[in-house]
Design a protein around this ligand. Structure first.
Ligand code: G3I
Ligand code: 9MR
Length: 559
């Protein structure tokens, strides 16, 4: 195929299952001639079709055409060619098309581990010296108590680095862990077989749970044994420079307890207690007690919001790292009550849920209600005390929300639910796309409607290249991928390609980092430069949502 590569053909650069809907998008103001699929191995044309004009224009006002090759289902490696126009990036068709990507999306968490050397046996060229032992963390004045006055030294090792920075934040760990634990609960057979090649591979636990345990151990150490309260974060006072982890050695602190931290912690520990029970009954008891203690602390301290600026007026040193300062705690109560109720069947928790507002909200670090509701639906069969009407309402709301995303996606130039609403383009917009995909996958699992599965896959197509920038937003997967993510582990080692398997935040027209962006249009507002933390950072909560979407889609295909 002698055509030149065209940046105007946008498609999933990883590929497709043989039997799924397959659509590429072309930006062109001119009418297009026929297209063909080129078999790279056999060096010949294997399929031909005609572009169809799409009704909707892009946010920048361009006309797009759809190349539908759903009828083509041969396995192999291919390109799309458009006569007098150009060819696409290569892609594959295969039954295991997302196996490597599924593994990489979870392996990313291994790379983020604090307090341990990352070994070449597991990490190849990305092996590195461990950083942040976190055995000498100081109680910040904002967190001082009688038993632990300011300056008390506490050990809180392990955990994952939150993102491009090296700090560890309980609120963001909360949604990350909830998402990964739910992923395991939804597809246990898939994870019984998956091998991630991490140090614990080969023990009795599924690898995904081994990885989760690394962060769970850290989270446990964030609870004050005296009262059950949970510190909001473990952090340096300011962000470290863009240096390797073992060279980022500024003093770390445990900062102020918060209600959000306690409730997110309670939810995670309650969910972990039931999931780890078959593997470690003793562990399960520890997690359950920790969850209940945190819950009881939250009942005593229901309004302790994290307000970084106010805290800094009262205490030294000032803390200016990630705030995760959610001021709205209703959803955290519901998430924690849901997980505690499922794990204990104690009706006290049900009494919190009984009158809850069941309206659908897409999960994010500050909106966790539906993490709990997804779990209740997943465990429906074991929760016979819940009135049938209540459960039905929950499922009706889930399906209605999924339907709305699905139809919106059909009238969108890139044919994915993501982007139908320009307001989707916030800091971490790719996590919005992933969480929409999770909702659609859950809807499909509830009622088996094929259209929901197709829409979930359409958002994966979006993330992997069928979008307004033409980037596959996952490092190392696709042909045009982020090369300069805001990620200290990557930026500090410029001789290496970025660590693979990380989804970057994505287009965000607010451009809070004030870097140079190629465009202000919401879905094009992405800059592949390391200064761009508002569009090009990686983060564990986004990784978890992406891991759910891609593993869930691969697991569903295997079922
Ligand atoms: O929700 C509003 C939306 O309604 C509005 O249209 C839009 C306009 O910009 O703003 C939206 O809120 C934004 C919110 O992210 C969306 O999630 C806020 O402006 C924006 O400031 C906020 O950014 C957060 C950012 O930290 C700054 O605090 C991100 O959510 C959050 O993911 C990010 O997390 C950081 C940690 O602090 C530090 N570690 C890295 C991590 C990832 O960048
Ligand atoms: O590296 C930090 C990143 O993790 C955060 O998301 C971001 C916003 O809070 O801040 C980054 O740190 C920058 C800081 O805010 C301003 N000085 C430059 C820092 C590194 O780019």
């Amino acid at each position: 195929n002698t055509l030149e590569l065209s940046e105007f053909i946008r498609l999933n650069q990883v590929g497709y299952f043989p039997d799924q809907s397959k659509v590429a998008i072309v930006l062109s103001e001119e009418t297009l001639g026929g297209f063909f699929i080129w078999d790279i191995t056999a060096q010949r044309i294997v399929f031909e079709g005609r572009p169809e004009k799409v009704e909707a224009k892009t946010l920048s006002g361009n006309t797009v055409w759809k190349l539908d090759f759903t009828g083509f289902s041969q396995e192999g490696n291919f390109e799309i060619g458009l006569v007098d126009f150009g060819k696409s990036h290569p892609f594959s068709v295969h039954r295991e098309i997302y196996s490597d990507l599924s593994n990489a999306a979870l392996k990313a968490f291994y790379f983020q581990r604090a307090s341990v050397d990352i070994l070449s046996e597991f990490a190849g060229k990305w092996a590195r010296t461990g950083g942040h032992p976190d055995t000498q963390v100081e109680i910040h004045p904002s967190a001082a108590s009688t038993a632990r006055p300011a300056g008390t030294v506490i050990s809180a090792p392990k955990g994952w680095y939150d993102a491009g920075d090296y700090n560890k934040y309980i609120v963001n760990s909360g949604i990350t862990m909830g998402t990964l634990l739910s992923l395991y609960e939804a597809f246990p057979a898939f994870f019984a077989k998956q091998k991630l090649n991490i140090p614990e591979s080969g023990n009795a636990l599924p690898d995904i749970l081994d990885e989760v345990l690394w962060n769970l151990d850290w989270m446990l150490s964030m609870q004050d044994p005296a009262d059950g309260g949970v510190y909001h974060k473990l952090t340096t006072a300011k962000f470290e420079g863009m240096v390797e982890p073992h060279k980022a050695v500024n003093q770390r602190y445990l900062v102020q307890k918060s209600t959000a931290a306690a409730l997110d912690f309670a939810a995670v520990m309650a969910q972990a207690s039931r999931i780890f029970k078959p593997f470690s009954p003793e562990g399960a008891v520890v997690y359950q007690k920790a969850a209940e203690k945190a819950w009881n602390w939250a009942i005593q301290n229901p309004e302790l919001r994290y307000r970084q600026n106010e805290m800094n007026e009262a205490f030294d040193p000032d803390v200016t790292t990630g705030a995760y300062g959610d001021q709205n705690l209703g959803d955290e109560w519901i998430w924690a009550a849901s997980e505690l109720y499922i794990s204990t069947h104690n009706l006290d928790y049900w009494s919190i849920l009984e009158d809850a507002d069941l309206e659908y909200h897409l999960p994010s670090w500050s909106q966790v209600k539906w993490l709990g509701f997804y779990s209740l639906i997943r465990h429906e069969d074991a929760l016979s005390q819940i009135p049938v009407e209540w459960m039905s309402m929950l499922k009706i709301n889930l399906i209605a929300a999924a339907k709305a995303y699905q139809s919106a996606g059909q009238n969108q130039p890139y044919l994915s639910p993501m982007g139908a609403d320009p307001k989707d383009f916030i800091w971490g917009s790719n996590a919005v796309a992933s969480n929409q995909g999770i909702l659609l996958l859950e809807a499909y699992r509830l009622n088996g409607e094929e259209g929901f599965l197709q829409s979930a896959r359409a958002n994966l197509d979006y993330i992997l290249g069928r979008n307004a920038t033409g980037f596959s937003y996952v490092t190392g997967f696709g042909s045009k991928t982020p090369l300069h993510p805001h990620h200290r582990l990557a930026t500090s080692r410029p001789e290496l390609p970025p660590l693979p398997g990380f989804m970057v935040g994505g287009p965000n027209p607010a451009q809070q980092d004030k870097c140079a962006y190629p465009s202000k249009v919401p879905d094009e507002s992405y800059a592949d430069v390391s200064c761009s933390y508002a569009s090009n950072e990686i983060a564990i909560n986004w990784s978890a949502a992406f891991a759910y979407l891609v593993n869930g889609i691969q697991a569903t295909e295997a079922e």
